[in-house]
Design a protein around this ligand. Structure first.
Ligand SMILES: [Zn+2]
Length: 319
């Protein structure tokens, strides 16, 4: 299996610690508390790890924003101990303000990923289906039109669906894609295995999946755990580890072609944390980050990508 490294510039800390991300986090936590106060919502308890299947009795539990989470001792995946049903989760995201930012940067990165994989597989992936929730979409169709050239890039916005994603499966089967992109959904759905199973059943054998998700093996989660600014509970119902995700996709019958952790933010998030008032003293890391300049942060981020220890994971799978 391939494990590429993405050399990249470091992001501006304001993309994670600025006013806008803080407001987003507060809005999502408010939505979570409203769901918890609503007695009509049916919560489903997870009795085993949604990644490797190990019994939750052997996991460590902790809570964030009053929601209980488990950290699987077998595969290191972090998961909410209970989740609302899928239609309720989708409904709460519909109430979110659409993010109208220009997504050209994100799109270019996805496009490069698809192009490189296509060259390596020596197989045209000219019909791409990009599946993500409607509120993440607005700036995207414009960027795809401008940048994707001879590739058809259709965008399938998710709408409130059943727990087994029946409506989504029917749509996908009609579109018959050669490549399916899941850049943002896996950590937010009630049952990630059900989503992958339905999508696999809806496409032809040999279809290539491009999946990205937050990664529990990242240094950011290793040091800060649930206190990481990226840990928005309602958006992190499942934070997969590499081992956990590999186990899951194998069980569902996918072939894993490539794994990488192209995350860009671990170093700047940790640098901000260790230089802020609420930090705690951790041997080695406290002085490492307090004395760090830009070059040291960049070198660390590259090392994290190389060793599959950044906060975002990416997999290329084949059905
Ligand atoms: Zn597990």
């Amino acid at each position: 299996m391939q494990t590429p490294v993405f050399l990249d510039h470091l992001p501006d800390i304001d993309t994670v610690a600025g006013q806008k991300p803080v407001q987003y986090r507060l809005a999502r936590n408010k939505a979570l508390l409203e769901l918890m106060l609503d007695n009509s919502i049916n919560w489903q308890t997870r009795s085993s790890c949604p990644a490797c299947g190990a019994n939750c009795a052997s996991s460590r539990s902790f809570s964030q924003t009053l929601l209980e989470f488990q950290n699987c001792t077998n595969c290191n995946t972090i998961y909410a101990a209970r989740t609302p049903d899928q239609a309720t989760l989708d409904q709460s995201r519909l109430a979110q303000t659409p993010d109208a930012d220009d997504r050209a940067f994100e799109f270019t990165s996805l496009l490069n990923w698809v192009s490189l994989t296509e060259a390596r597989l020596e197989r045209p992936l000219d019909r791409v289906l990009d599946i993500r929730f409607a509120t993440l979409a607005p700036g995207f169709p414009e960027a795809t039109k401008r940048l994707s050239h001879n590739r058809s890039w259709s965008f399938l916005p998710l709408t409130p669906d059943s727990d087994d994603f029946t409506a989504l499966g029917e749509e996908v089967a009609k579109l018959a894609p050669k490549a399916v992109l899941l850049p943002a959904e896996l950590d937010r759905v009630a049952d990630p295995a059900a989503l992958l199973r339905t999508l696999k059943g809806a496409v032809a054998p040999g279809t290539v999946f491009f999946v990205a998700s937050s990664c529990a093996d990242g240094l950011e989660y290793e040091i800060l755990g649930a206190d990481s600014p990226s840990f928005v509970p309602l958006d992190r119902l499942t934070v997969f580890s590499i081992k956990g995700f590999e186990t899951l996709v194998k069980r569902l019958g996918f072939k894993a072609l490539e794994v990488s952790t192209p995350g860009r933010r671990d170093a700047v998030i940790l640098e901000r944390y260790f230089n802020s008032a609420e930090n705690s003293d951790i041997p080695f890391w406290s002085s490492f980050f307090r004395e760090a300049d830009k070059n040291r942060l960049r070198d660390l981020q590259i090392l994290l990508q190389r060793s599959l220890k950044s906060g975002v994971l990416r997999f290329v799978l084949e059905t």
